[in-house]
Ligand binder design. Structure first.
Ligand SMILES: [Zn+2]
Ligand SMILES: [Zn+2]
Length: 423
């Protein structure tokens, strides 16, 4: 084989037809759930201004530091979008969606990017779907997005998940908590990892998220944010948990769950697979409230809640759990011999399409026997054969590939006959 001249960029992979069925299954599950709960499709540009993420996910977050950012020929600082929520808030403000009936319920599906060393389940290009409810503060909507995520996982047969959930309060009650957290950690600063020491200054909440072995013991004794929530935040969180109870959704409280982005308020949650050790630390997705984000981006005060889910991670989870999406063979195989027959078979195919049948072909195989061989290899049930004589007589040969029995019928009766043979 000749030497490969080009390969895809580091950390970016082709999604190949061998994964077609599972990708389509996920996409169709997302769409079914979105339709059922009245979420509407949105697609924002792959590029956004860098400033958007500076003001939303925050400068000190991994997500911000790992962005693909560059200056365009027009001297504009742009990035390949690292996440879906901030662009949707930008679109909400820019397109005046606050004047639509509220809440505005949106869903998306597409590629996202992070510039870091590629590792297992963390590629530079990855795909996410997400659901967002903008302009609603009721805990009903926290529950609705969690329910939607759960339903998608269940429809993919991923039943053994657990929802880790926490509340990080509003900016008011969080301020008091952060003071207490810093007061507690100050005594141990010299014992903590380098990251934690930096976070202590810039983003103390993230210290609860530290995975370093030596920091774990200090995390255990840290003050718990739930004890600091103001009355509204406490009531909101309690109501969310009551919804989840009522829906029989499996959740566990995790007071170290803070999410890696600055814009979250109140409810935060992540979905994990219960039994798969390999994915113990890899969330399938997560989300939460971002009641203060739209205002921070220049809109009016607009409470909102949503989640994003990693499609590659979900596929990996399905593989680990041995969940297969069956590839349905095309039942009809089209065979044509000669130029006239080739022209005619395209018209036949178009008729099949109109009637809802799916067919395949191997026209370039040449002889009828070679084309028939391809048909049986493809596990087709029926072959439709067209030669010069059949074209002239406006007939077609219909061959049952299981029994080998073949019959010549008028072309105008083809659809009727196929409906009898294929349900
Ligand atoms: Zn509060
Ligand atoms: Zn640490």
């Amino acid at each position: 084989m000749a030497k490969i001249l080009f390969s895809s960029p580091k950390g970016m992979k082709d999604i190949l037809p061998e994964k077609e069925e599972v990708w389509k299954k996920i996409l169709s599950s997302v769409e079914k759930v979105a339709q059922a709960y009245d979420f509407h499709f949105i697609e924002t540009p792959i590029l956004e201004k860098e400033e958007l993420f500076l003001r939303s996910v925050g400068k000190e977050t991994e997500t911000f530091k790992q962005m693909y950012s560059f200056t365009t020929k027009g001297k504009e600082r742009v990035v390949l979008r690292p996440e879906g929520t901030a662009p949707i808030c930008r679109a909400y403000i820019e397109n005046g969606m606050s004047s639509l009936p509220q809440p505005v319920k949106l869903y998306y599906f597409g590629p996202f990017f992070r510039y870091e060393r590629p590792q297992k389940a963390r590629e530079r290009e990855f795909h996410q779907f997400g659901f967002e409810v903008l302009g609603a503060k009721d805990p009903f909507y926290d529950a609705l997005v969690i329910l939607a995520f759960s339903d998608i996982l269940k429809s993919l047969k991923l039943k053994d998940f657990i929802i880790k959930i926490n509340s990080i309060g509003c900016s008011k009650c969080r301020k008091k908590y952060l003071q207490a957290l810093k007061k507690y950690y100050r005594a141990y600063l010299n014992e903590l990892c380098e990251d934690c020491r930096r976070r202590f200054e810039v983003n103390p909440l993230r210290m609860l998220d530290c995975k370093e072995e030596k920091c774990q013991i200090y995390k255990k004794g840290a003050p718990i944010i739930l004890d600091f929530l103001c009355k509204d935040c406490k009531e909101h969180f309690k109501a969310v948990l009551e919804f989840l109870d009522h829906l029989s959704l499996p959740f566990s409280l995790d007071h170290t769950l803070v999410r890696g982005l600055d814009y979250y308020t109140n409810t935060v949650f992540e979905f994990f697979l219960k039994e798969e050790e390999e994915m113990a630390n890899l969330a399938l997705g997560g989300g939460g409230r971002y009641n203060e984000l739209i205002k921070a981006l220049g809109g009016s005060q607009t409470p909102a809640v949503g989640f994003g889910a990693g499609i590659e991670r979900i596929i990996e989870a399905m593989e680990l759990e041995g969940i297969k999406v069956e590839k349905k063979p095309r039942e009809i195989f089209l065979i044509a011999l000669g130029e006239e027959a080739k022209r005619e078979i395209l018209l036949v195919w178009e008729e099949l399409k109109k009637a809802g049948f799916r067919a395949q072909e191997a026209i370039e195989k040449g002889s009828i026997s070679a084309q028939l061989k391809a048909a049986s290899k493809a596990k087709a049930k029926i072959a439709l054969i067209l030669g010069q004589r059949e074209v002239a007589e406006k007939t077609i040969l219909i061959k049952d590939l299981e029994s080998g029995i073949q019959e010549e019928i008028p072309q105008r009766k083809l659809i009727e006959e196929l409906k009898k043979r294929i349900k």
